[in-house]
Ligand binder design. Structure first.
Ligand SMILES: Cc1ncc(COP(=O)(O)O)c(C=O)c1O
Length: 452
């Protein structure tokens, strides 16, 4: 017999109408991005060849609340507000006194949190007069989200998809094409950056860093075209705060407040989305733990130093102040494609430096085991990225049992894994391995980078 509601819904009228900008509340401001040629802070106009000015303004804004335009809300209402669910089945399986809540971002049309910012970015580009967007994608979640969003606002889009994921996940490409997007494997012969890598290895597995270089090169050299990034940047993280702002309202309805907030972290956007509104409380004195979870094969937060590094492999971006394992990093072919980025959002990196968040790393096999437990207790099959958050939730719930504590655990369920079934197949048939990145490899990749 269920004791309370399994799902807490908000009405469409209760959708948050402003995004939360954590830059207004940071204990220490973000160090500025630097121009690599001069090592001087970049000015907003230097970003204008790749981003529209309305998004650049958001990137540097320190206003605490930014109004969500009605045209954006109207599209977000296609699937938002998303339900906050109580994981009774998982709690029972673990025999834990902890109460586990998960925010289901898998119900969006592309199946993850990514369209929360894709819709906003497509809208601001449309208003600015952009006709075409370029982007990179790892697992294909971001590429499909941007294709969906561009379709909603009548923009063209070209997606450079990391080759290993392009081969592993053909269904993501088909989704992009269904929404009218164009998707090519990266490295591709279409750009100078891509050709450099193909020259040495026609089977190059690609990386997010290379795909970003290709997408930026294309945007800079094409007419009426801008570039769009699915994570890492301040405005992207801010668009995702709608997740945490809805959750705050939903937890209030349930009469709860979290002791622990957990999200997986690739570039940091879904983690930021659920966590930033609660970090605001923490800055103002609340006793709450916030945990970002990453793979041991790409341990940006747990092992990467806080440095100035490029956002892409071809060194075309400004230098960003972030935890990084080096822009030359080529990831092991793990199945959580969205968690293989060498850097971490400057905002998330800053919060780690300030001790406001913790970071943990999990190896691939444990995360898939966690995903299977979730699927068998709660029904929904999580994305391999989301499995990282679930592994940490399980650890925290087991700890609560050992300590006999009734804590409230909140997780961002960043996406479903129905298009990632090949990964589950590989796991269930014993073909997956763990990868743990050795410290010496990281040292080699970061030794020349300037510490922040
Ligand atoms: C389902 C899912 N979760 C998490 C991530 C990681 O990205 P981020 O850290 O920006 O949320 C991705 C990236 O593709 C994703 O598809």
């Amino acid at each position: 017999m269920v004791q309370g509601n399994r799902k807490i819904f908000l009405s469409e009228q209760e959708i948050p109408r402003e995004w939360y900008n954590i830059q207004a509340d940071l204990p220490k401001p973000l160090p500025p991005p630097l121009n690599p040629a001069t090592n001087e802070p970049i000015t907003p106009d230097m970003l204008s060849p790749i981003f529209p000015m309305n998004l650049i303004e958001q990137e540097v804004s320190t206003e605490r609340w930014i109004k969500i335009p009605d045209e954006v809300l109207e599209k977000l209402l296609l699937w938002r507000p998303s339900p906050l669910c109580r994981a009774y089945g998982l709690e029972k399986f673990l025999g834990t006194p902890a109460r586990i809540y998960y925010k289901n971002e898998g119900i969006s049309p592309p199946g993850s949190h990514k369209p929360n910012t894709a819709i906003a970015q497509a809208y601001y580009n449309k208003v600015f007069g952009t006709k075409r967007l370029t982007t990179e994608t790892g697992a294909g979640q971001w590429g499909s989200a941007l294709s969906f969003a561009c379709n909603q606002f009548g923009l063209e889009v070209k997606v450079y998809m990391v080759r290993v994921s392009y081969d592993q996940k053909p269904y993501r490409r088909i989704m992009m094409e269904a929404w009218g997007g164009r998707c090519v494997p990266s490295p591709s012969p279409d750009t100078h950056a891509g050709r450099v890598y193909l020259k040495d290895n026609l089977d190059h597995p690609g990386s997010l860093g290379i795909a970003i270089s290709e997408a930026i090169e294309d945007a800079v050299n094409s007419k009426n075209t801008k570039y769009s990034l699915g994570s890492v940047l301040n405005h992207v993280l801010m668009h995702q705060t709608i997740i945490g702002l809805e959750t705050e309202k939903q937890l209030k309805i349930a009469g709860e407040y979290p002791d622990v907030v957990i999200g997986c972290a690739g570039g940091g956007s879904n983690f930021a989305g659920i966590a930033f509104p609660f970090i605001r409380d923490k800055i103002h004195g609340k006793d709450i733990r916030i945990i970002a979870v990453e793979p041991t094969s790409c341990p940006t937060l747990t092992k990467g130093p806080y440095v100035y590094d490029f956002g892409d492999t071809a060194r075309t971006t400004p230098l960003l102040p972030m935890n990084s394992i080096g822009h030359q990093f080529v990831p092991a072919p793990i199945h959580a494609g969205g968690l293989r980025y060498h850097g971490m959002a400057p905002l998330v990196s800053r919060l780690l430096q300030d001790g406001l968040i913790e970071a943990k790393a999990y190896a691939q096999l444990e995360t898939f085991q966690a995903g299977i437990h979730f699927a068998r207790t709660e029904g929904f099959i999580p994305a391999p990225e989301t499995d990282h958050a679930i592994a940490c939730v399980i650890d925290e719930a087991v700890k609560a049992k050992e300590e006999g504590k009734e804590k409230v655990i909140l997780m961002n369920w960043s996406g479903h894994g129905v298009i990632d079934l090949a990964s589950y197949d590989a796991y269930l048939s014993g073909k997956l391995h763990d990868y743990i990145m050795p410290d010496e490899d990281i040292e080699q990749l970061v030794c020349e980078l300037k510490r922040c």
